[in-house]
Structures are given as structure tokens and as C-alpha cells.
Design a binder for this molecule. Sequence first.
Ligand SMILES: NC(=O)C1=CN([C@@H]2O[C@H](COP(=O)(O)OP(=O)(O)OC[C@H]3O[C@@H](n4cnc5c(N)ncnc54)[C@H](OP(=O)(O)O)[C@@H]3O)[C@@H](O)[C@H]2O)C=CC1
Ligand SMILES: N[C@@H](CC=O)C(=O)O
Length: 364
Amino acid sequence: MSSLSIALIGPGLVGTEVLGQIAAHGGAGLRVVAVASSRRVAVAGAGDDGALGLFAAADDALDALTAAAQRHRPCVVVDCTASGDVAARYPAWLALGLHVVTPNKKPFAGPRLLFDAIRSAARAANVSALHEASVGAGLPILSTLSDLVDTGDSIVKIEGILSGTLSYIFNNFSSTSTAANQTPLSFSAIVNEARQNGYTEPDPRDDLNGMDVARKVVILARVAGLNLSLEDLPIENTVPEPLRAIPSADEFMVRLPDFDAHFAALNDAARARGKVLRCVGVVDPVNPSASGVKLAEYDASHPFASLKGSDNIIAFTTKRFPNPLIVQGAGAGAAVTAFGVFSDILKIKRQVEYASRLHPNTHP
Ligand SMILES: NC(=O)C1=CN([C@@H]2O[C@H](COP(=O)(O)OP(=O)(O)OC[C@H]3O[C@@H](n4cnc5c(N)ncnc54)[C@H](OP(=O)(O)O)[C@@H]3O)[C@@H](O)[C@H]2O)C=CC1
Ligand SMILES: N[C@@H](CC=O)C(=O)O
């Protein structure tokens, strides 16, 4: 018996993996009642055991998904897009009594008004809007931060490598250049690998221009109780100026090798000083103007210098943890991101089951 329905938007890399993990777990007691992309939707019939229909073209795919979600409450809308338009619908979904789970950063890092509207709509309708995977993919970063804040700790600083893509790029770039017996991989070749591995945003410039990290900095700051927005942050943009306005991501990738020498020079200059390049995000509640995204050089002995693969590392310095509490592990890729989404869904399922034991005949 399924106690919770799923209406999933965005069956791309992450969305397909979420559906795959649910199926591989025998359905996990969940029932998928709608799947929508930008122009197509498949929905289940109105009856309790209606199967998911064929994926059909629709101008109003999200309206059809919303109607199916309402018919099958309690239901979680799972947003696996990177869309601001989809994000703008969260307050309405929550007000309808639908839960929301997402790895999308835009709803929580965009306009402060939307962030506040999401939180107050969720409170008013007694439903959840969970987004663990929006920072650090499947790593327990937002849940750890919420627990620290909710139990009265004071956040002194949050600092870390928050991009799986930039971690992968700079970990590999510094290591291939320093190994004497290895042909160094070019910057553009490593960016291409990160894209093929599923670490980048749909447009890899959203990683390279610092915006993905900046969004994570804003989310961390807001969950920590600070009133910070993207406009308040200095953000270091590593995309070469002539490539910033190119319309398509594919064309950007074709032109990127023209700038390999520029990136090799940056890397070699750091190396000559015995350092490596790393892109770091900082939330500093004590001195908010020190918050931001920077490309900095680190000694080889620094914990940020020895990461592997797409690892993220986040250090929470707090009143209780003057020696920081550290969370580290793979911070991008379909499997770990879908794990973060799936585990948020299961948290809601447990709440729904508990509530229905306490108050049979009511939902959500
Ligand atoms: N990749 C990773 O490691 C991580 C990703 N994330 C986040 O996960 C999200 C998904 O990323 P990813 O799977 O790589 O992206 P993809 O580009 O692979 O998939 C995006 C999906 O969203 C759909 N979509 C886009 N716009 C709309 C819209 N307006 N209405 C309905 N559907 C829409 C697309 O459908 P169509 O083709 O029809 O446009 C596509 O199915 C992003 O927010 C990303 O930041 C978070 C953590 C880690
Ligand atoms: N593009 C992002 C994906 C996860 O948020 C990253 O590289 O970290």
C-alpha cells in the first residue's frame, strides 16, 4: 500500500535517477502519479490503482501535473528542474496541501520574497518544503545546519568547497599539472569530463561563473537566519569575458579550448608559489561583507587542497564547535543527488504515516 504519491517535474539526469532509485527499492511504498517535462506530461488515472498514462504533449504540463497531484494527496511535488518558473509555483502548491522536495537552488536562493512565501505557505498548510540536495547534493549539510540553529548554537562561519564541478576541475587540473611524468590535461578537457560525469549545471557556465556556489552560499546564509541575497555577494567569475554572452552551452564548450593557455598560466603561477587553486564559498555572520565566492590559492597541506573527485567539504565553525564540524564527500552527480532527494521524500513519508496514525481520515 502506498501512503504517499509522487508528482515529478524534470525527468532529466537527476529526475530519472530519482525514479530509478525508487523503482530499484521496490517502489518504497510510494506511487508515482505524474511526470512532467517542459512540454509533455504523463499522469495516473483518478482511481486509486490508475496506472501512469503515456507521456503526451501538453501546453499546460504543470497544470495537468498539479491536478493529478491534488487527486492523489498526500502527494510530494518533486522539482528536478533548474527552472525559476517552476520555483515560482511552490507557494501555490504548498497552499494546496502538496509537499515539495527539490535539488533546485533557485527557489531558495532567488528573491527573498519567494523564499519567505515558500516558508510561510508550508507553515500555514502544515506541509514540508525540503531541499537538502540543493547544497552538497546528498551530503547532510542543510539538515546539520538546521539542527545547529534549531538547538540554539551560534554560527561563527561556514566555509567550504561547495561545487562538485569546480572541485573536480581544480583537483584534476592541479594534480595533472604537477605530476612530472604525466601529460597535463587541458582545462577545457577537464570541464568536458565534469560535464560528461553529470556534475555540471545544464549550462556549465553556471558553475564556472560562481553563480552555483553563490546560490549555495545564499541558501546556507538564509537557513542560518541571515538576510543575505545574491546581490550582496562578491562573486568571482572564471568564465573568460568573450565566452560569457555566447547563447548556447554547446557552443561555449567548443570555444573554451581557446582559453586553455589562460587557465594553465593561472595554475602554473599558483604552482610556482607552492599552492593550488580552489573555489571557495564563505558565509560570515560576524562580518557579513566577508561572505562570497572566491578563487583562492591554498597550501598543499590545507584540507581543501587534498580533496578527490567531485568532493565537497564544508566546515561549520560555531560556538559549540570552535574546531569546525566538517562534512565531506561527493557533492555532485546523479546518484548522490538523487539519494538526497529520495531521502527527503522518505522523511515526508514517515511524517505522513505518523500523522495518519494519530489522526486517521485526514491528510496531508
Ligand atoms: N547534477 C548534479 O550533480 C546536481 C544537480 N542539482 C540540481 O538538480 C536539478 C536538475 O539537474 P539535471 O538533472 O542535471 O538537469 P537536466 O537538464 O538533466 O534536467 C532538467 C529537466 O527539467 C526539465 N525542465 C526544465 N525546465 C522545465 C519547466 N519549465 N517545466 C517542466 N520541466 C522543465 C527538462 O525537461 P525539457 O527537456 O523538456 O526542458 C529536464 O527534464 C538542477 O536544479 C540542478 O541544479 C543539484 C545538486 C547536484
Ligand atoms: N553543478 C553543481 C551540481 C550540484 O549542485 C555542482 O557542480 O556542485
